[in-house]
Design a protein around this ligand. Sequence first.
Ligand code: WTA
Length: 657
Amino acid sequence: MTPEEIPLKSDATVSALLEENRIFHPPYDFKAKAFIKDASIYERARQDPQGFWAEWAGKLEWFKKWDKVLEWDVPYSKWFIGGKLNASYNCLDRHIKAGLGGKKAIIWEGEPEGEQKVLTYNEMYLAVNKLANVIKSLGVVKGDRVAIYMPMIPEAVVAMQACARVGAIHTVVFGGFSAEALKDRILDAQAKLLITADGGYRRGKLIPLKDISDEVVSQCPCVVHVLVVNRAGHPVNMQSGRDYWYHDLMEKAKVYCPPEPMDAEDILYILYTSGTTGKPKGIIHTTGGYMTGVAATTQWVFDLRADDIFWCTADIGWVTGHSYIVYGPMANGATQIMYEGSPDYPQRDRFWRIIERHRATILYTAPTAIRSFMKWGTQWPEQCDLSSLRLLGSVGEPINPEAWIWYYHYIGKEKCPIVDTWWQTETGCILISPLPGLTPLKPGSATRALPGIEAAVLSEDGKNIERGGGYLAITTPWPAMLRGIYGDADRYKETYWTKWKGTYFPGDGAKKDADGYLWLLGRVDDVIKVSGHRIGTMEVESALVDHPQVAEAAVVGISDEIKGQEIAAFVILKEGNPPGPEAEDMLKKHVVHKIGAIGRPKTIIFTAELPKTRSGKIMRRLLRDIAEGRALGDVTTLADAHVVETLKQKYESEGQT
Ligand code: WTA
């Protein structure tokens, strides 16, 4: 803490702070020991971006060095061309060779209290090697796709690393997704093997992943085998010749599997994420550039040191779990905490107990979680010893200054910098974030682009906005950038590269202030963020119209104090189907069945018509205004303004404003 800062001690000072727009400088001690404390890194990277990234790539171990750093044939980039490496080798073998095999890799807690497991790098190495041999014995070869549908257990990390070891492409499907969502992803990726578990725990309940998988696999002819981890002792159906127990095959597996030398541009994984159509996009990440990006940014942004206990609370089903549990921290030989369940199980202090128990030094979580903690009250963290923490992180959605200050004050005890990290499934690694030993912080701003990354705020027609609001743009290629959308080259070009020539359009609104700081303002397309989880409004619409009683549906994101955004759906039922609470319940269940609980609309508003422009486009802004109970926007372009009036009155009469 710098001398000019007055320590915060009470809620009164918290609210004073909110009004002051104060800048938080890196604490003196933090800065003194920080990995990056010299701002010249930005300039160095700007002068020679390729040389800069090559230097960071060189910190990984390559079987063969690259011949050329970058080929940029808009919108396709290739990085470290001709280089050969293996991601699992870089996350495991390298540390063991350096004598770090005995170091803890994962400290795991299951949701049921008292359930704990520690895996050292040696143990992870053994498990990954054995599983690599197992999946090979099941017929998986380099380039094959493997779907992973698992709870947050160490075996999930082992499964991803084992795929990387043999050169198989993993596609992890979040364990909260429904059977239908799992099926779509398996079919799109044409996965040959599915790795799952009998179940996993979430808020005291068992999620029966194998039962869900059974519904799906029979409809996916591409899947030859299913490998099942016995996590919960939940009885499952095992189809002979197709399904195998993980522990049975692991017991017999050979202990070493040579890492497959992968081309830098060979695919490491595909991860599906929501876009503006009903169909999720399979985002492609390759090996060399991605590993360079995640390894470097883990080091810079989290200021990672050998003795840190790093805890990223994301699920491995999302990109944050891929980049900042499985690949970035492990490439750096970090000790990590991994937790299976919910933050309020069995009580609302679970996160703080975990931090206290394992002496976590870095916590990386989402604003939605922070807002829940705020709501639950300070008594929960106050009862725990959080003194081990030295750095806090935030990801997934804009963090509101109130939540930032609360996090800083009650969790970081005013001594931990907060890194507000902006990035996406597509970007692979963090692109905009403070460097904690260097960057003065403003609550609510992700500050500036990292070294080697060029971000700008542009107008619709591509003009640079030096001060003010517009669209976020990334103007130069970076190593961990997506290489495309699996099986859909046109969509790749259209989604990200048609707005401006040669410049990446992330789909976010942003503002630049007088100091050049970036303030991310959320999505400008039909993608919304519910509790930090990305979901396309069209996906929910497709799920709704899939119901036989639904004629038409329009879905919008509405603001929510805790979740950031919530889903509101406007539905036209086919004639003869009565609207009402029963229909609402039925449709919510239908969406959960099609997508999973994260797609469940908070509100369904039945209507006779949807407000459309003269050209037939649904007026989503107007729907949002209606759903949020605000005054109506400009209705002059409506085909029938009366419709909106009816809708509004109906909404208000139902008391949902
Ligand atoms: C949003 C998550 C503001 C943004 C890593 C982006 C953020 C989308 C931030 C990607 C942040 C992520 N501040 N907004 N620090 N981080 N976002 O693919 O809208 O699940 O486009 O990746 O999350 O979501 P995704």
